[in-house]
Design a protein around this ligand. Structure first.
Ligand code: F0G
Length: 461
């Protein structure tokens, strides 16, 4: 058992349905890895003991949400669940037009289309998520990431490490008159689930307005961002998370939402916005690629579960418990001397791989290696956010590696208990003690774009 003794408060829910998980043998896991071409995305989920691959689509829904599933109105057009969802999103965000999509990346694709992105345009973010980047780059548009430089130093403890560098934003917009959108990711997943402050949001908003540039949120984790503002930003301690969310949204022209995170659902997304012309373009395209605009690739029941999830995710006792679970996991690992990115993020704890495995060069993908041993030895699946995911092969054939190599332990919502967290802490603590034995890995197939999903590897013996 872990000797990290701070206890979590009891969760603000009790268990009604369980899903068994099974620990198989190390030998079996070794075989599975070989068959999976050493890519953890190829491992059958049934063979994973604790799955920290993602917090996306992995939430446990409440009885209220499951009850909503039974109320699905499966009419092709204008189903009643759409109107429930529309009303709730309008109330939370203040945006007039609500367009459901089957998940976040569909929303990304649609906005790229509606903004007519092409080679002559540029999109700016604090940091993009990988599918967002892929959607924009596929349109031909250029991208710039302007998160504050402290975000790349894993040991600087800053309250709002997801903030945009405002000075740089202003300079770049002055030099380039082709900025088609500013997309602020809240919280910044790529940087370790770090929040953006209300102040920073308001500054970005001012600049966007001044230069008449559409300003959107990538709002996948908007509720967690709201809670961080409540905890950390002056004058917000007495606000409800829902009030903070409303204020945040009021600064932007709209949002793209992967509801698989802070929608507390297993599938779903939406676009919220005020601009009538953009909404019209999106809806027209929707019919071709996603479905009729009132269901957007989802069933009526999914829309209902999402509407209800959006209400639950803003409840303070839920957010407080979620925050404390993440703190517990992160502090437990720190207690075992495991190097992690600080401060601890809203949905994930991120291992600083270069400090964990300084003996493995980036060209041998240390983060990827770490995820493989974590699975082989302990049955835990985590995800590399580093050299495999973000390296670029340059024209001369050499690699350009990203500034950070992280292994993300993403915590599904309302799924794991303190005992599970103890198991994770103890396992990674033990692995850290034996880190010298871990070796690098060789990539033998590189598909290029979004390579982490399908790349193949071989251990370096
Ligand atoms: N934006 C952010 C910030 C995300 O984290 C994700 C997904 C998306 C957009 C895309 O949404 O998956 O619904 O199409 N992130 C997941 C993750 C996959 O594991 O972080 P989607």
């Amino acid at each position: 058992m872990t000797d990290f003794c701070k206890r979590l408060p009891p969760p603000p829910f009790k268990i009604k349905v369980i899903e068994p998980i099974k620990m198989i043998t190390r030998q079996e896991r070794k075989m599975i890895l070989e068959n999976a071409s050493y890519n953890i995305f190829n491992i059958p989920a049934e063979k994973v003991f604790i799955d920290l691959l993602t917090d996306s689509g992995t939430s446990a829904m409440s009885d209220y949400q499951w009850a909503g599933i039974m109320l699905g109105d499966e009419a092709y057009a204008q189903c009643k669940n759409f109107f429930n969802l529309e009303k709730i999103v309008q109330e939370i965000t203040g945006y007039k037009y609500v367009i459901p999509t089957h998940q976040g990346r569909a929303a990304e694709n649609l906005i790229c289309y509606a903004l007519d992105l092409n080679e002559t345009k540029m999109v700016i973010s604090n940091q993009f998520f990988d599918t967002t980047l892929a959607n924009i780059e596929t349109s031909g548009a250029k991208t710039r990431e302007l998160v504050i430089s402290e975000a790349f130093n894993t040991s600087i403890n800053l309250d709002f490490k997801g903030n945009m560098n405002i000075q740089l934003l202003e300079n770049i917009i002055r030099k380039n008159n082709n900025v088609a959108m500013i997309l602020l990711t809240i919280t910044n997943n790529t940087g370790g689930g770090q929040p953006v402050s209300m102040h920073n949001i308001s500054e970005v908003s001012k600049i966007a307005k001044k230069h008449k540039i559409p300003f959107f949120f990538d709002a996948a984790r908007f509720a967690e961002n709201s809670y961080f503002i409540k905890l950390r930003e002056k004058n917000y301690e007495n606000f409800k998370p829902r009030e903070i969310a409303k204020k945040m949204f009021s600064y932007a022209d709209g949002c793209l939402m992967s509801a698989k995170k802070d929608g507390l659902v297993n599938i779903g997304g939406f676009i919220g916005l005020n601009n009538e012309e953009l909404a019209r373009k999106i809806k027209e395209r929707m019919v071709v690629v996603e479905g009729f605009p009132t269901y957007g690739g989802l069933a009526g029941r999914d829309l209902e579960a999402l509407a209800r999830g959006l209400l639950e995710v803003l409840e303070e006792d839920y957010l407080s418990y979620r925050y404390q679970q993440l703190q517990y996991l992160g502090k437990g690992l720190e207690h075992k001397n495991v190097p992690i990115l600080i401060p601890i993020g809203g949905h994930s704890v991120n291992i600083d791989v270069r400090k964990f495995l300084p003996h493995i060069p980036q060209s041998e993908f240390p983060g990827w290696s770490l995820t493989l041993v974590l699975y082989e030895l302990y049955g835990i699946r985590a995800v590399e956010i580093g050299s495999v995911m973000f390296a670029h092969k340059q024209e001369d054939g050499t690699w350009r590696f990203p500034p950070l190599d992280l292994v993300r332990l993403a915590l599904p919502r309302r799924v794991y208990s303190q005992e599970h967290l103890n198991y994770i802490i103890d396992s990674i603590g033990e692995l850290y003690e034996n880190r010298d034995k871990i070796k690098g890995i060789k990539m033998i197939y590189d598909p290029g774009i979004l390579r982490h999903f399908t790349a193949k590897f071989q251990p370096i013996i």
